[in-house]
Design a protein around this ligand. Structure first.
Ligand SMILES: Cc1cc2nc3c(=O)[nH]c(=O)nc-3n(C[C@H](O)[C@H](O)[C@H](O)COP(=O)(O)OP(=O)(O)OC[C@H]3O[C@@H](n4cnc5c(N)ncnc54)[C@H](O)[C@@H]3O)c2cc1C
Length: 398
């Protein structure tokens, strides 16, 4: 399944050297299927537990949705805290948000341990009301976050105007979010686990998983692999042996501009997004570019019409120009990608309902990297039979 097309910016920031194929072991503690961000963060967390691990990837690691990711890491989710409270109750919603916040700290640790710079930087986020109608909702969100101790400020129109070239009715600022180069983070986490002994088999497609109750047999295009436990992290592709609660796919558009010498117009390099759905979102990169995305629409596969894509990128340019009218914004990279969300806007993490040795971590949603991180920790807890509060809301069958 092709997940993206176009010119990917992050691929130009990382030189792939490949991994030496080591001899296959007769039995692994864990087989991880899929070498994207979810598989990478699982590799990182599980390799710290001294498990013997094999990572199986059908193409090259990091080449799926992860290389199209725009790298905004936020504790706020596409579903606002107060809305999640209505959906699953206050206690569970607040705990889930706390776990997302902790995941940011854990991502920072991964960044620190990565053998090369992954361009992780703490940033605040500006979440603005797209219209006057959204101000009440945004204020309600501010109250909910504040009440539960999350670091948040409320900005009126004058505050936004004082700091940016655009004017919006209101915004909340969430403190302590982060930006990262997602491809480098993924490759850094995998390299860390590889150096701790994890085996990596690229160009190895998993065809079937057979749970024999004692072990699992993973059947691939490269022969069988035996493992005590299997973690499926195949992203938006159909999930082996299980249908997860995933909505129809969307197609989404992202760009990176040419480097901009003077970025002083961009207050504190904040990450910016909005209340409208689909939302426009943007951030800056280490080499002074704007990375932005949005304009999602329903689609089963990547669009075939180049003209339709050109129109979407032109639309994205208009949206950016509205916010930064004085800037000469030139796009250098443009990519189109598929994007998956779950039916309740939460990730899917847990054990297969009938096959006890098979686990799933599917980081659906706009906050996918944070979900991949908290999911990797949760899988680690489940494997060592530790209780995890989020288990009931994230489990695969719900
Ligand atoms: C344009 C865009 C922007 C985004 N921006 C953000 C953002 O700013 N912040 C954020 O947190 N998230 C963002 N996301 C979401 C983020 O990209 C995903 O959450 C994340 O990449 C998912 O990682 P993954 O490992 O689950 O999937 P993937 O990266 O797709 O990895 C899955 C891997 O599994 C492999 N695989 C599949 N089937 C098999 C099989 N049968 N056998 C072997 N291997 C298999 C695939 O080849 C692939 O490499 C964005 C997504 C898109 C498309």
């Amino acid at each position: 399944m092709k997940l993206h097309t176009g010119s990917l910016y992050w691929e130009t920031t990382f030189e792939r050297k490949g991994f030496k194929t080591r001899e296959k072991k007769s039995l692994y503690d864990v087989a991880i299927i899929g070498g994207g961000m979810s598989g990478a963060l699982c590799s990182y967390v599980l390799s710290q537990q001294e498990y013997s691990i094999v990572l199986l990837e059908q193409q090259e690691v990091g080449a799926g949705s992860t290389s199209a990711n725009t790298g905004l890491l936020q504790f706020s989710n596409d579903i606002m805290l107060h809305e999640l409270m209505e959906q699953i109750g206050e206690e569970k919603a607040v705990e889930f948000y706390r776990t997302c916040k902790e995941a940011l700290q854990q991502l920072q640790e991964v960044a620190t341990h990565a053998p090369f710079d992954v361009q992780f930087h703490r940033r605040d986020s500006l979440y603005f009301a797209s219209t006057e109608n959204d101000v009440t909702r945004l204020r309600k969100e501010y109250e909910a976050l504040k009440k539960h101790g999350f670091p948040v400020e409320f900005w009126e129109r004058e505050d936004i105007e004082a700091h940016f070239s655009f004017s919006q009715p209101a915004a909340i600022i969430t403190n302590g979010d982060a930006e990262v180069n997602p491809l480098r983070l993924c490759m850094g986490a995998i390299q860390y686990a590889y150096e701790k002994g994890m085996d990596i088999f690229e160009h190895t497609e998993v065809l079937e998983i057979k749970d024999t109750k004692e072990n699992a047999v993973v059947k691939t295009t490269n022969g069988d692999f035996m493992a005590r436990q299997v973690v499926v992290t195949t992203g938006y592709a159909p999930t082996p042996e299980l249908t997860v609660p995933q909505k129809d796919l969307k197609v989404t558009y992202a760009i990176a501009t040419q480097p901009i010498e003077d970025l002083s117009f961009w207050y504190e390099r904040m990450m910016i997004w909005e209340t409208k759905r689909p939302y426009l979102y943007m951030r800056l990169t280490d080499d002074q570019r704007i990375v932005a995305g949005g304009l999602d629409q329903d689609a089963e596969q990547l669009p075939k019409s180049k003209q339709a894509n050109r129109e979407k990128f032109a639309e994205l340019k208009v949206e950016l120009k509205k916010l930064f009218p004085d800037q000469d914004i030139q796009f250098e990279y443009e990519w189109v990608a598929l994007f998956g969300e779950s039916t309740d806007e939460l990730p899917v993490v847990g054990r297969h309902p009938e096959e006890p040795n098979v686990y799933y971590l599917i980081g659906l949603g706009g906050n996918g990297t944070v979900y991949s991180m908290l999911g990797a920790r949760m899988i680690c807890d489940l494997m060592s039979r530790k209780e995890n509060f989020n288990q009931s809301i994230l489990k695969v069958q719900r």
